[in-house]
Write a protein that binds this ligand. Structure first.
Ligand code: AMP
Length: 187
């Protein structure tokens, strides 16, 4: 079974479109027999997403560090790994997944997105990375990427590895058809 790791808010955000998208994405994963890998908590968009996968008969792998496990609520998911720390969690998430989707979220989601994007840039990962720019939430970040290219700090070839979508239509097909191209950063 293919697995997609989703980064998303541990909060729900203020606009109902974020909650609806998390629910619809979870449903789409389950109906397409694609497993979810995520942070493991029943909070914010993360909880909505995981519940939607489970409610539609899908497969959910949660990976949570000990500290958070003690603090945050959980819902019933297929499997939950409690790991030592954030580093162990992230390397396990990246290893188990065939691609990554970033829904709207806060600095935790941004950190995870930036890490996988960086790992793809350096050749540590060759898996698709998708930003779901729902409600233009990530448009300021996308402008920052353009600024990085203009100022000579990001290569267009690396930027092209990002899949950027405004909705979830065909998202899984696009991700699984995407060819992540490696371009040497130092050439
Ligand atoms: P944030 O976007 O700052 O809300 O952080 C969400 C991201 O960080 C998720 O993709 C999770 O992997 C991780 N994370 C943050 N808070 C939690 C939590 N309470 N339980 C589990 N994972 C969390």
């Amino acid at each position: 079974m293919k697995k997609i790791c989703v980064f998303c808010g541990s909060s729900t955000g203020n606009n109902s479109i974020y909650r609806e998208t998390a629910k619809n994405l979870g449903t789409a994963l389950a109906l397409n027999n694609v497993g979810l890998v995520y942070g493991g908590g029943d909070v914010g968009l993360m909880g909505i997403l995981a519940r939607a996968v489970m409610d539609n008969g899908g497969h959910v792998t949660g990976i949570i560090p000990e500290l958070l496990y003690k603090k945050v609520p959980h819902t019933h998911i297929t499997e939950l790994f409690v790991v030592k720390d954030m580093h162990e969690r992230k390397s396990m998430m990246y290893r188990l997944s065939d691609g990554f989707i970033c829904l709207p979220g806060g600095i935790g989601s941004l950190e995870e997105l930036m890490e996988v994007f960086t790992w793809v840039q350096l050749g540590y990962l060759q898996k698709p990375v998708c930003i779901l720019n729902i409600n233009d939430y990530y448009s300021p970040l996308l402008m920052q990427f353009d600024h990085m290219i203009k100022e000579g700090f990001l290569k267009e070839g690396h930027h092209k590895n990002l899949i950027i979508k405004n909705n979830i239509d065909n998202i899984l097909t696009e991700m699984f058809c995407h060819k992540t191209a490696y371009e040497d950063k130092w050439e």
